[in-house]
Every structure is written in structure tokens, then in C-alpha cells.
Design a protein around this ligand. Structure first.
Ligand code: BTN
Length: 243
């Protein structure tokens, strides 16, 4: 396994994607950066992280066994791997907020951005970008973000946390290779934030509604039980969970 440690880069995901077009990468090639100058978040957002205090890294994972509609299993496996690694460090009250934010005490401590590498209309690999707040203790108020240090009072060794994350990512990626999709889905759904609890959601047009998270569909949509026993499947762009 190759780890490329960079001091500063625009985005580790972008860097790794560029590498895929010039080099034949080994499975599990990892790029870490102490600082990202243009870190990318989900849905075109920015990911900001204080220099040298957190983990911002991307993993190149070869994927040859998934059909394009099965891509969400990579999200499930990644979320579960991070959840397990953080449980090892006894981070309190962990949960997975759909689709793949990791929360501790209802605050976001980790974000995941997965970009598929498609060749001849087939998925050949995934670039799994992970931003984990480790030792940063000051965050913009409106982000509802936190870190391992903020929620435990412990200063963590970044390399030690990274090693544990890699161990778990390898373990969970084997479940994908073995096509253990039911195991992944059952485990992922059992850890979903606010599952089976009355929750408020906001639609794109601003309307609020109440529903109960039931689980996810194979393509990663969120199944929400609404009034009159109707279950609707929502895309990430369509709703926001208010919490
Ligand atoms: C999110 O919006 O929650 C996803 C954040 C993903 C951030 C990570 S940091 C490492 C990798 N490189 C990026 O530019 N983004 C991801």
C-alpha cells in the first residue's frame, strides 16, 4: 500500500483523480494533505479544515464487481468503516447521518465525498475522500460541526487515527468484493441517525414535513414513512433533515 503525504494541495480527491489519468495506481493508494486549499464537499460545497489539525485524505479503491446502480454500497462500507474506527477510539454517541456524514453527539465530525472512476461506461475504481475533524476545536457556528478532541477532551495522534481508519476501510471493502450487500445494508441502517424517530425534513421549496426514516434503497435514496402509511424515497438533492 502506498501513502503519499502532501503538505498542501487543492484537493486530495482532485489530485488522486489526476494521478489515475497518468499512472496505473496500486489498489489502496492513499493521498493525505495537511492543508487543502480547495477542499471539496458534497453537492458542490467547500470543505474547510484547519492546517495540520485534522485528517483530509483520499483512497483509490479498485472496484470491478459493482454495477453502476450499486455504487451506494461504497458509501455504506465507507461510513461503517469510519464508524467502527471511531468506536475503537471510544468517540461518544456515534451515528451515520444519511447519506454518509458521521456524527458524534448529533454534531458532524466527518464528511465523505466518493467520486467514481468510470471507463468505457463501467465503474473501475472509486476515489474515497474523507475529511475527519480530529484536533480542531473552533468551528463556524452554523456548521454544527465538532471533532474528536472537542467531544472527548483528548488530543489524538493523526497517524494513529489514520492507521485505524485504513484497517477498517480494508475490512469493509472486502464486504463489497464479496458482494455481501445485505450485511452492509442491515448494519448501515441500524446505525442511521434518527431512524424510526419522528423527524422534520425540509423540501427544496422550503416546505417542512414530518416523517420517520425507515432505511435506504439500493441506489442510496432515503426511505421516509409519511402520513397515511406512505413511504417515499428521497434523493439527497430533494430533502434536508432538520436537527
Ligand atoms: C461533505 O461535504 O461532507 C464531504 C466532505 C469531504 C471532504 C474530503 S477531505 C479529503 C477529500 N478531498 C476533498 O476535496 N474532499 C474530501
Amino acid at each position: 500500500m502506498k501513502i503519499i503525504k502532501l503538505d498542501a494541495i487543492d484537493s486530495t480527491n482532485t489530485y488522486l483523480r489526476q494521478l489515475t489519468s497518468t499512472e496505473l495506481l496500486e489498489d489502496f493508494t492513499i493521498v493525505t494533505a495537511a492543508l487543502q486549499t480547495a477542499g471539496k464537499g458534497q453537492m458542490g460545497t467547500q470543505w474547510s479544515s484547519a492546517k495540520g489539525q485534522n485528517l483530509t485524505f483520499s483512497v483509490f479503491k479498485k472496484i470491478s464487481c459493482l454495477n453502476t446502480h450499486e455504487g451506494f454500497y461504497i458509501s455504506m462500507a465507507t461510513s461503517l468503516a469510519i464508524y467502527n474506527a471511531l468506536s475503537y477510539f471510544q468517540i461518544p454517541k456515534l451515528a451515520i447521518k444519511w447519506p454518509n456524514d458521521i456524527l458524534s453527539e448529533s454534531q458532524k465530525i466527518c464528511g465523505i465525498l466518493i467520486e467514481n472512476v468510470i471507463q468505457n461506461s463501467k465503474m473501475t475504481a472509486a476515489i474515497i475522500g474523507i475529511g475527519l475533524n480530529v484536533n480542531q476545536t473552533v468551528f463556524q457556528k452554523d456548521l454544527n460541526a465538532s471533532s474528536l478532541k472537542k467531544n472527548t477532551g483528548i488530543h489524538f495522534d493523526l497517524d494513529e487515527v489514520l492507521s485505524q481508519l485504513i484497517i477498517q476501510l480494508k475490512k469493509y471493502s472486502e464486504l463489497i468484493t464479496d458482494r455481501q450487500f445485505d450485511t452492509l445494508k442491515i448494519h448501515y441502517e441500524s446505525l442511521l441517525f434518527r431512524k424510526d424517530k419522528p423527524s422534520t425534513f425540509k423540501r427544496l421549496n422550503g416546505d417542512l414535513f414530518m416523517g420517520f426514516i425507515q432505511g435506504v434503497s439500493e441506489d442510496g435514496k432515503l426511505n421516509v414513512l409519511l402520513e397515511d402509511e406512505v413511504v417515499e424515497a428521497f434523493d439527497l438533492k430533494e430533502i434536508k433533515l432538520m436537527y
